[in-house]
Ligand binder design. Sequence first.
Ligand code: GLU
Length: 492
Amino acid sequence: MSTVRVRFAPSPTGDLHVGGARTALFNWLFARHHGGTFVLRIEDTDAARSTEAATQVILDALEYLKLDWDEGPGKEGDFGPYYQSRRLDLYKKYASELMGRGRAYHCYCTPEELDQRRQEQIKAGESTRYDGRCRNLTAEEKQAFAAEGRVPVIRFKSLEEGATVVEDLVRGTVTFDNVTQVDDFVIFKSDGMPTYNFAVVVDDALMKISHVIRGDDHLSNTPKQIQIYEALGFKTPTFAHIPMILGPDKSLLSKRHGATSVTQFYDDGYLAEAMVNYLALLGWGYDDSQTIFSIPDLIAKFSLERVSKNPAVFDKQKLEWMNGVYIRELSLEELYEVCLPFCQKEGLLPAEVSPELKAYTLKVLEQLQSRLKLVADVVALASYFYIDDYEYKPEIVQKILTKPQTEDILNFVHAAVKDAAKLDEEHLKPQFQLGLEKYGIKMGDLIQPIRVALTGTNVSPGIYDVLELLGKEKVLARIERTLDMLKKEELL
Ligand code: GLU
């Protein structure tokens, strides 16, 4: 069994975003590549902001992306429970241990006092840091503060000289000055909860995490964490800080740039395989030429050595394109399965689909497969195959159905369809050609109004495919309806 143990440690305070999903993926790929263990740990010590609903969103998002965990919620492991809120005794134990070793102390400074001193430091042009005032309080001083009703926090006694060095697998050697970059930070808050920087160390150590792979934004926390590992005599894991994700304007990716939550991508109809492929390329690449990676291929090829230091740019169009690639690779049956919930949600298909309706739907999907970028698009693209009183798009009616010969052309096609033995190209095209001569028009001038009459829009699969799929009865009724509406000027 490999000794590689990695973890994804989200805080359940909101949706899982692209950056978090990418962190989860890199950890998962690293674990699977090395035959190691992927741990999921819910960091829910911020009681005010953590919710069960947000935890569920994270679990659902990981399930959608098929990033299965080996230990964590729902999966017993030797090092659980995997919710930090259920591990408070452990954090208390190690905080006491630090106190016992003289590496932590109670601090009674109030937020107001701290803020005032921070302002003074800013005014004096100094770096803002805790000034160590409560480091050496006497028992009497502590009592006096307690008598005032002050509830202490616990601070870590950080190193007062030298440097803390992070040997990062992605960033290389990063050196932090202990005096200016690591102050006596809080490890236990006055509400009795540990802070992130403390709980994360206790857990990563106890859970025997070998590699901490996480976003670059945590790099500045790492020297603090390393000092705690060392103070507690724990083995320090290997770190790999992966680059930030930017929007197209090169600012940090955020909601301003559109959908960034995994749930939204699921709702929009991105396939898990496409998402995973795309997320993998945010900061990682194999070589300059390969863009499409199956999941087994990613597992085989993923390595932290090929993770870039530079920020990655999130390109929604590329993701959309990639989704289209994966949609085209699906068998019709698979495409049906992924489209079904979208069609049912929008009422195109009932909860129970009869074999006939399924067979019809497979034919519809065969026509649409090459046009789908998002699975959710199926609803708009397929609606007229299911709904007879679809709406006509006004601008298209204006452009196509207001031409002088429209009614004649529609009547002509109506007659041709009525007489045809079969509504396929072989039977209909020669008839349509007669119409071209009769009206002195091109094939497009004949097809466009029929397409609008049959679908309400001017984009659809090939017209003969649409005709054949809809069948004679519907085609005639739809042409009649369009003619009728044109006459009553209801379309304009
Ligand atoms: N709960 C932290 C976060 O969501 C985890 C950071 C880490 O991986 O250490 O940012």
